[in-house]
Design a protein around this ligand. Sequence first.
Ligand code: NDP
Length: 318
Amino acid sequence: MRQVIIIGSGPAGFTAAIYAARANLEPLLIASSVEVGGELMNTTEVENFPGFPEGIQGPELMAKLQEQAEKFGTEVLYDDVVSLELDGPVKKVILGSGAEHEAASVIYATGSAYRKLGVEGEDRLSGHGVSWCATCDGFFFRERTIAVVGGGDSAMEEATFLTRFASKVYVIHRKDSLRASKIMQERAFANEKIEFVWNSEVEEILGEAETTGVRLRSTVDGSLSDLALDGLFIAIGNDPRTHLVHGKLDLTPEGTIWVDGRSSRTSQRGVFAAGDVIDPTYRQAITAAGTGTIAALDAEHFLADLADGAPLAEPAAV
Ligand code: NDP
């Protein structure tokens, strides 16, 4: 049986692994079979992670975090967790391959998943002009006309990045002002290839086999209009990935995993959570890394108390 299993391979998971490994806990980190590295794998230049004044590419930062975790003895497994048994002193982690791993503690750092618009055509045209990842799919839209939906940092980052390929990038936003940080807004406003479509919601994505455009509804007067496009990138935020722990861990009204105060302790003894899955507010790589640290330290203390045979505090009620 392991001392600790970490689920998730974003900044929270790998930082927890670095700390746990340096505490000689020999962590096993389940990194998923396809999406190793989390959200930063879909980003380009990361300019706000302390210690990198020149900026660093998201995937490169994740590769460095993994290297650092492995250097101290983290074992990384590329598989998907399909179910969890979290009650009782022995936690069980069941993987897609059928393998089952046991541990005295679990750090849950599964991050968040792209939000969908929930409109007609979205699922059908996904991969046929509809995408959630500019760095993955931008290349396919060389000299094409595309749009990005959203008004946050992700939408500005994607739109700016996509101008490397596309001849024209619309940003469709449901309000008349952006939520994105000032610097990202200014970069987008200054880009000649970007045109803003304000006060508009996507009502439907048009096209049979390939995306041909969107039907927009004005949030001011409800009027409908069509915009011809070759592709649509959806960047409207993320939702915490909690489906594996529904009914097993308490959640907050925002849908994130409940943790006890400033700790990473969840409602289940021996289970700790970190990163975007507990954070509805800040959701930065560096804050995820910070909560990963907290989770590793909390797990370390929990395991030390277990080894001492000390009575364990019950988590406080939600
Ligand atoms: P946000 O939640 O910040 O923004 C989501 C945007 O999508 C908002 O403008 C929102 O509109 C809009 N939206 C949400 N739902 C819908 C919908 N159903 N239809 C239409 N529009 C919708 O998410 P982000 O992914 O942009 O950012 C998440 C976090 O990651 C933030 O903290 C951000 O700062 C950070 N980030 C930082 C980056 C960087 O610094 N390099 C890069 C990318 C992200 P409304 O404004 O009306 O609510």
